[in-house]
Write a protein that binds this ligand. Sequence first.
Ligand SMILES: [Zn+2]
Ligand SMILES: [Zn+2]
Length: 175
Amino acid sequence: MIEPIGAQQQLQVLERAESFIVQAEQLFARDFARIPVRFDLRGTTAGMYKIEGARLQIRFNPWIFAKYFEVNLRDTVPHEVAHYIVHAVYGDRRIKPHGWQWQEVMRSFGADPEVTFDMDLSGVPQRRQRTHAYRCDCREHALSSTRHNRVQRRRGQYQCRFCHATLVYQPAAVR
Ligand SMILES: [Zn+2]
Ligand SMILES: [Zn+2]
């Protein structure tokens, strides 16, 4: 079993996230609030930008970071910071999660917006209650296995209660 990253590497991640926020402040010529960055994400997802009402946060998976530290520092950190920046700039307007606004921020970070990588996650602890990542036009959703199976068997569809778009399955490990 893999050990999650410790304080030293967490600090490196936080410093890198901070450096991207500073870059975004230069790009948009405005300030961005510092939001909590947590290392409490589990399962198959390396990183996630999460909106819960007025609470915004970035979450990273300390086990996946431990297994692939450099690649996550290079790709996952700017990926999630860019989601936050796009949300801060465009608010709840209905834009694609990985649309041109997000890609533009990624390029300004010197990060590759095309990148998705399949990671071997053996040794990374998985949730017992597995959830499946879905996207609408405004955010990410976690569906239970029951609902996921219903969608996969074409027995049901789910809509986002905020933007009313149909939820679409996101099998990739990085979102
Ligand atoms: Zn939505
Ligand atoms: Zn994403």
